[in-house]
Write a protein that binds this ligand. Sequence first.
Ligand SMILES: [Zn+2]
Length: 374
Amino acid sequence: MRCSICSSTDLSALTHPHPTRSMSSNRDVLDIPLDKRICRSCGAILECGPSPDRLFGDSYDIYARPGGAQDHARTRRIAEIVQRYHPAAAAPRRILDIGAADGALLSALGEIWPNSDRIGVEPSPVAAAAAHVHYGERVVTGDSRTLAPDDLGFDLIVSVNVIEHTPDPHRFVSDARRLLSPDGRLILICPDGALPNVQILIQDHLTTFQACHLNRVLGDAQMICVRTDRLTDTLPGFQVACAIPSDGRMTAPGVPELDWSAVDAHDTYLKSWRALDQILGDRLGTRAVIGYGIGEMAAMIQTYAPRIFQRIDMFAVDTPAIERFEDRPVLGITDAPKTLPILLLTAPRSQKVLFERLSAMGRSVVRFDDHITA
Ligand SMILES: [Zn+2]
C-alpha cells in the first residue's frame, strides 16, 4: 500500500473504532473494520482496507428520494460558496459537476447562473436517474472520463465531497484539468482533514486531506491552487480549494503547512469512538431506550456502538417522515413513551440544545458530547 498523495510506503495504523465493523457513506454497516493509516511522510490519512464491491452500484440509494428542507438549505449554501469562489465579473457558460448525485447542486447553480449550460457525472445510476425527475438536470452515469472526448472547455467544474472517495486523487484532478477551459476554474469542497470528526469513520473516505495535500495534488496536475479555506462558518467540518490551470507564468501562493498535531488527534478521536459503547452502557444501565434521531449519527452509533443500538426500542424525531427505521417504529417526540430515557443520536454540537429542550419537556436524556465533541 502506497500513499495516494506522495507514494510513500511509510504508513502507520490508527486505532480502529470497532474490530469487525465500519460504515459506508451510504450509511450501510460493512463487515470489515476501518483500516485508517497515517502517511508518515506527508501526513495524509488513508483508508487501506478492501474496497467494498460496487459501492456506488444500484444499492447506493442515498439520493433515491429528493432531499428535505435541510438538504435544500445545505445545497443552497454550497452553491453560494461556489459563487463566492467564482470571479464575479463573468458568469460561467458551461458548468460540470463531478459526482453530481441527484443534480441538486446543479439546480441551485442554475438559479445563480440561469443561462449556464449544465451537466453532471455521477457513478450511482440510481442518483443519476433521479436527477432528471427531481430537478430536470442532466446527469449521466459515470465519471469525468464518461464524457465524450471532445466535450471539453468547461468554465466551471465543481466537485463536492468526491475527491476523498477516489482511489487516485492525482488522476481525478488531472481528468478535471483536461476538461477545463484555459481560463476555467475548478472548485473542490471536501471534509477538512485538519479537524478530527465523523468523516474519519467512513470506510469509503479513502484519503483525508489537509489543505497542503490538496495544493500538492492540484500542483502536480499543472494547476495553481489560488485559494484554500476552511469553511468554519458556512459549512463546518469542510474546506474548499479553488484552482485554475497553470499557464507556466503565474506563481502559486504559498502552500499551507501540514498540522501534524491534527493528524495525531485523529487517533485520539477514533479511541473515543472505540470506548463509546461501554460509556453509553454505563450511563444507561440496563434500561431500554428511545433513540432521538435517525440520521448519520444514528448510523454511526449503529455501526460503532452496536450493543447500545440493540437496546433502542424505538426512535423519536420532531416530525416523523417515515414510520420505521432499522425495524423499529419512528414516533414524534411528543408521542414517545415518557417511561423510557432518551439517548441523543445527533451530532455532538447539537446535543446541548437538545438536552435542554427535551429535559424541559420532563424527559430523561442521555448525551455523549462530553466524550465525543465533533
Ligand atoms: Zn504521503
